[in-house]
Design a protein around this ligand. Structure first.
Ligand code: CP
Ligand code: NVA
Length: 306
């Protein structure tokens, strides 16, 4: 991979200073409003948005982000390109690099993401894989800090399936220096390699099977769907995860100013009650909005404008 190209693949790839600068830049861009005054891309700068999984927020927020920065986008769904007929990722990377200025990919295969970056001559941005969702968690850190102040030294509880979003939260815990408590069934626990990495980096990520223990006194409770895109064992997961539903009782065990976070889409009555997600402690729509601002900052960094 050409290290001179500014890819945004995972939070763990960056140092703390770069990540904090991205959050600061996202806040400036948010203050700018719809039309960015502080950062503009050159005319005809094009971002390709590539999907082999569905999306609402990622698709729309990247599209709008590019327009607000003065650039353009094109959406490529895998079934509509030669990728769907077996053209290789490497050749697709080489060809698209001749046309567009950056690529955002959502894929069910993390190795497709790294392969695209390996062969692209322009920046590649991770818009979710089965392993991580870094743009989401950058928006989540921004949202946490807007409502609760600096995240450094705080404690966040993840309650539910230890999935792609959890992994990016663990990367963030290490780089932004906060404690992450993960409560999940033993059968759905985080990847041992991830926990090994956290240990090596001296981070604070604790795993328990008790949601109450994880939620005790925390600054935020975060959850996500029980069945992620690509998961096949929906019935088993639902059975295992029912004790991990975030409800009013669990929220009452958190700190008194605790917020509730969820990347959306949500399933009310499964991973979270309607009372919690639609209640006063919920910041889920701020998280969704902040995808736009955080991604403008990421795009500006990728284009070398920041
Ligand atoms: N949170 C998120 O990435 O949503 P979409 O799947 O709608 O993009
Ligand atoms: N964990 C979820 C996140 C969706 C934005 C999934 O991968 O489906």
């Amino acid at each position: 991979m050409d290290m001179a190209i500014r890819h945004f693949i995972d939070i763990c790839d960056f140092d703390s200073a770069t990540l904090k600068a991205l959050i600061a830049s996202a806040r400036e861009l948010k203050a700018d409003g719809k039309v960015s005054g502080s950062i503009r891309v050159p005319p005809s700068t094009v971002l390709a948005l590539m999907f082999d999984r569905p999306s609402t927020r990622t698709r729309v927020s990247f599209d709008v982000a590019m327009r607000q920065l003065g650039g353009e986008t094109l959406v490529l769904n895998s079934g509509e390109t030669q990728l769907g007929r077996g053209e290789t990722i490497a050749d697709t990377a080489r060809v698209l690099s001749r046309y567009v200025d950056a690529m955002m990919l959502r894929t069910g295969s993390h190795s497709n993401m790294t392969e695209l970056a390996e062969h692209a001559a322009v920046p590649v941005i991770n818009g979710l894989t089965e392993r991580s969702h870094p743009c989401q968690v950058m928006a989540d850190v921004m949202t946490f800090e807007e409502t609760r102040g600096p995240i450094e030294g705080k404690t966040v509880a993840w309650v539910g399936d230890a999935n792609n979003v959890t992994n990016s939260w663990a990367h963030a815990a290490v780089r932004f220096n906060f404690t992450l408590r993960i409560a999940c069934p033993n059968e759905l626990s985080p990847d041992p390699d991830l926990l090994q990495w956290v240990k090596k980096e001296g981070g604070a990520v604790d795993v328990t099977s008790s949601p109450q223990e994880a939620a005790d006194g925390v600054d935020a409770i975060v959850t996500d769907v029980w069945v992620s895109m690509g998961d096949k064992d929906a019935d088993t997961r639902k059975k295992l995860l029912t004790p991990y539903r975030v409800d009013e009782k669990l929220m009452s065990g958190a700190g008194k100013d605790a917020i509730f976070m969820h990347c959306l889409p949500a399933h009310r009555g499964d991973e979270v009650t309607a009372g919690v997600i639609d209640g006063a402690q919920s910041v889920v729509f701020d998280e969704a909005e902040n995808r736009l601002h955080a991604q403008k900052a990421i795009l500006a960094w990728c284009f070398g404008l920041k």
